[in-house]
Design a protein around this ligand. Structure first.
Ligand code: GTP
Ligand code: MG
Length: 185
């Protein structure tokens, strides 16, 4: 099954680095800021199903930000990334959450990702967790540099997707059975 994930957040928080770490297991300390969205693919197996990720890594610079909604619209899941060394990136979560409300389907699953935990942090895990909770999001911490937590965040969203599909199928089966019974009466 396909899973479209869009990554948003301020410039320099590590969106491209996270996508690259997950998709290729590589890290580039000289990673350049992107001006257009980059696309990454990777498949993983969860619950006997292959989840094929289609990852849109958006450009965080103010100048290119107007493009982000285009990639949010069809997303089933969104990662809002912050940089735990820069508290202002946490303050901007409200902005990104508004963008999601404006542009995404109601069913979208949103995770907050605190990246760069290998560095001296200025945002505590608890501070970020409180903001995530306020907006109804799960919170994960990562280091794209070390690879810490990256696979688990993507694994969790893949599990969410596989569960969604199972629930949907079960509901449909139950609905179909109700319909059949109705027909027999
Ligand atoms: N120490 C450390 N540096 C990181 C980490 N993730 C990214 N970086 C560095 O932070 C800088 C910005 O990373 P990018 O991945 O380009 O950030 P971005 O969010 O894609 O930025 P835009 O494309 O401008 O939106 C680069 O120099 C990366 O090498 C991390 O986990 N730890
Ligand atoms: Mg980038």
């Amino acid at each position: 099954m396909d899973l479209k994930v869009t990554i948003v957040g301020e410039t320099g928080v590590g969106k491209t680095s996270l996508a690259m770490s997950f998709a290729t297991n590589n890290f580039d300390a000289q990673q350049k800021s992107n001006s257009v969205a980059a696309f990454w693919k990777k498949s993983i197996d969860v619950n006997d199903t292959t989840v094929k990720f289609q990852i849109w890594d958006t450009a965080g610079q103010e100048l290119y930000r107007s493009m982000a909604p285009m990639y949010m619209k069809s997303a089933e899941a969104i990662f809002i990334v912050i940089d735990v060394t820069r508290p202002q990136t946490l303050a901007q979560v409200a902005f990104w959450h508004d963008q999601i409300k404006l542009n995404c389907a109601q069913s979208v699953e949103v995770y907050l990702i605190g990246n760069k935990i290998d560095q001296q942090r200025n945002v505590t895990e608890n501070e970020a967790f409180i903001v995530a909770k306020q907006f109804g999001m799960k919170y994960f911490e990562t280091s794209a540099l070390k690879g810490t937590g990256v696979n688990s965040a993507f694994q969790k969203i893949a599990e969410w997707k596989s569960q969604q599909t199972i629930c949907y199928t079960t509901e449909r089966v139950i609905e179909d059975e109700v319909e059949k019974k109705k027909c027999c009466c």
